[in-house]
Design a protein around this ligand. Structure first.
Ligand SMILES: Nc1ncnc2c1ncn2[C@@H]1O[C@H](COP(=O)(O)OP(=O)(O)OP(=O)(O)O)[C@@H](O)[C@H]1O
Length: 344
């Protein structure tokens, strides 16, 4: 449904996106994750038709809608957009906002479609309210209903939840996923927030300085990151230095490695769930920070020679900062990186 092939974007002579390729099948939800300024919004704007590619091609279905030579007008692309600030019209009611893009339809079809969209996003009761009488989450639903009303083939969502608090963001992300799946709409979301990305997307891409580092499922990004940047950006974790003894045995600060270690492995990735508390373990770590997270405590730990780790323990365990506790490594995934940061 959406195919982007080797896209390059420049602002003036400055390259902002380079050799970017991804594909989404019909009905799939994709997500672009990356630090501020990495080029995520520029990619959405190019898909919507607001930026001209300097190289590469953007296909919607079998039609090339954007390349250095082809630039289909934004309104001819059947692409809907939902922005960070909702961009709702304050002088129109909820229904007026949702029906805004349906100016080509006659009044009765427009009324019907607006009612259907408001039903879909769970706001049927509020159709005559003005925008300022809605909560942030309700406004976001109106923005979604407005973007869906003209039946776009592709929906682009640029940081759609960033004005909302964390709990609402995740709940809304799941609701919107259900609505999009129900309607069979292909969507591409941009966010900084990986919880939101995991709640919503089938396929995720991590971008660094305009270059796609990895495109895959949340599981692949978390457990099989292609490089240190993706490992750092997705989820939490630490890297322990891999050493080789005179006898040829590989080890880290956690002890000998019980698996085959690739020759030039330099770092081992350790996620918080890889570390368990074990009072009788000879391996000790000092608690340097704690954070209560309801179902668990999150601990930052320091090993004897200064290496850092983190772990999550059930919240009835309560260890004070400064305390030494016994720990044990229980790694289910062995992810090694070479000195240049690539996964081995
Ligand atoms: N219209 C523009 N003219 C010139 N430079 C721009 C323009 N828009 C964005 N940029 C620059 O292009 C780079 C990518 O910006 P973009 O908005 O695509 O990043 P982003 O990953 O979406 O960032 P954020 O997460 O902060 O929204 C940044 O360095 C930005 O300053």
């Amino acid at each position: 449904m959406l195919k982007i092939k080797q896209l390059d974007l420049h602002y003036g002579s400055t390259p902002v996106v380079q050799n970017f390729s991804v594909e989404l099948a019909k009905g799939q939800i994709g997500c672009l994750l990356g630090p501020s300024g990495s080029g995520k919004s520029s990619i959405l704007r190019a898909i919507a038709g607001f930026e001209l590619p300097s190289a590469g091609e953007i296909f919607l279905g079998t039609t090339c809608v954007g390349s250095a030579a082809v630039q289909l007008r934004p309104e001819a692309r059947k692409v809907g957009m939902v922005f960070q600030d909702y961009a709702l019209f304050p002088h129109l009611t909820v229904a007026g906002n949702v029906g805004f893009g349906l100016f080509r339809s006659n009044a009765s079809i427009r009324r019907q479609r607006v009612a259907q969209m408001l039903e879909l996003v769970g706001l049927a009761e509020l159709s005559e309210r003005s925008i300022h009488q809605l909560s942030g989450g309700q406004q976001q639903r109106v923005a979604l209903a407005r973007a869906l009303a003209p039946a776009p083939e592709l929906l682009l969502l640029d940081e759609p939840f960033s004005g909302l608090d964390a709990d609402l963001r995740e709940a809304l992300a799941k609701d919107i996923r259900q609505i999009l799946q129900h309607e069979g709409i292909t969507a591409l979301l941009v966010t900084h927030d990986q919880h939101e990305a995991f709640a919503m997307a089938d396929q995720l891409g991590v971008i660094q300085q305009g270059r796609l580092q990895q495109w895959g499922s949340a599981y692949e990004l978390y457990h099989q990151p292609v490089n240190r940047f993706v490992a750092d950006f997705v989820g939490e974790g630490h890297l322990l230095s891999v050493q080789r003894s005179h006898s040829g045995e590989y080890f880290t600060a956690l002890g000998p490695l019980p698996v085959t270690v690739p020759d030039d492995a330099r770092w081992l990735m350790v996620r918080p769930e890889d570390i368990e508390h074990d009072d009788v373990s000879p391996l000790k770590a000092q608690v340097i920070n704690t954070a209560f997270r309801g179902s668990c405590y999150h601990y930052e730990l320091r090993l004897e020679h200064g290496e850092l780790l983190s772990c999550q323990l059930q919240s009835h365990h309560c260890h004070a900062v400064g305390e030494w506790i016994g720990i044990r490594a229980e790694l289910a995934h062995w992810v090694f990186f070479s000195a240049d940061g690539c996964r081995k």
